[in-house]
Design a protein around this ligand. Structure first.
Ligand SMILES: *Cc1c(COP(=O)(O)O)cnc(C)c1O
Length: 235
């Protein structure tokens, strides 16, 4: 038993170091400080023991995509983890969500914004949230249209319980990571234009996963959401 845990711990450390190396190398290529890129460990489908193994290597920021799975897992994990909700949020789950999560990556409608704002206010908490934008113009499942961003930001400016963290996107999957570059760049440019036009601050760009994190960092990601490179392939 001890031996198994040791082996897990070793591979967690090796995987974490490898992802950190990839982030640092990408930063080196574009003159960025690696400290400006947050690594979010995506632990969906992963057991609490594996979360703990990565935690023991120093990782403190984890992400989950399903509320039901998260409410069971979070109490079994170390209490000082910062949990990020990265999946699509349903309005009927926001009350449970604000109990477990302090950062939300996928606000994509006024309804969800209002619901999360009320739930956080009732819970007496202030959450951070990214607006998920569909910059690819393709039939992505989730994400608001860039044109809807100004109204969402105006609504958010009245909601004290949500602090706007920035923008998030999920590009259409393509095996070649370079295919994601135009979408990541579009998100950054949209951010720059929106900040200027709305006189608001959108500091964070949540973009990039295991297979395209380098491209995302080169295009300005401040948070990369990485699952399989840290925990192995999901079944
Ligand atoms: C699962 C997931 C990730 C992590 O994907 P990997 O390819 O395993 O790194 C990142 N972001 C979101 C929104 C996800 O659902």
């Amino acid at each position: 038993m001890n031996e198994v845990i040791t082996v897990n711990g070793d591979s967690s450390a090796a995987r974490l170091m490898e992802v950190q190396r990839r982030i640092a190398a990408a930063c080196g290529r574009c003159g960025r400080d690696p400290e400006t890129v947050q690594l979010l460990a995506v632990s969906k489908t992963v057991a609490p023991e594996a979360v703990r193994a990565l935690y023991d290597c120093g990782q403190r920021i984890f992400g989950e995509s399903r509320i039901q799975e998260a409410v069971q897992k979070i109490p079994l994990c170390p209490g000082d983890i910062q949990w990020h909700m990265i999946g699509h949020l349903q309005t009927n789950k926001v009350a449970a969500a604000v109990r477990g999560f302090s950062v939300f990556h996928s606000l994509d409608s006024l309804r969800v914004i209002q619901a999360l704002g009320s739930a956080a206010e009732i819970a007496g908490s202030r959450v951070q949230a990214y607006l998920q934008v569909n910059v690819s113009g393709e039939s992505a499942k989730y994400g608001m249209a860039p044109a809807d961003l100004p109204e969402a930001l105006e609504v958010l400016s009245e909601i004290y319980s949500i602090e706007v963290a920035g923008l998030m996107t999920i590009p259409p999957f393509a095996p070649d990571p370079e295919a994601a570059r135009p979408h990541f760049r579009a998100l950054r440019e949209l951010r720059d234009r929106t900040e200027a036009a709305c006189n608001c601050s959108l500091p964070g760009l949540s973009m990039g996963m295991t297979h395209d994190l380098e491209v995302a960092v080169e295009e300005g990601a401040t948070c990369v959401r990485v699952g399989s490179a840290l925990f192995g392939e999901r079944r």
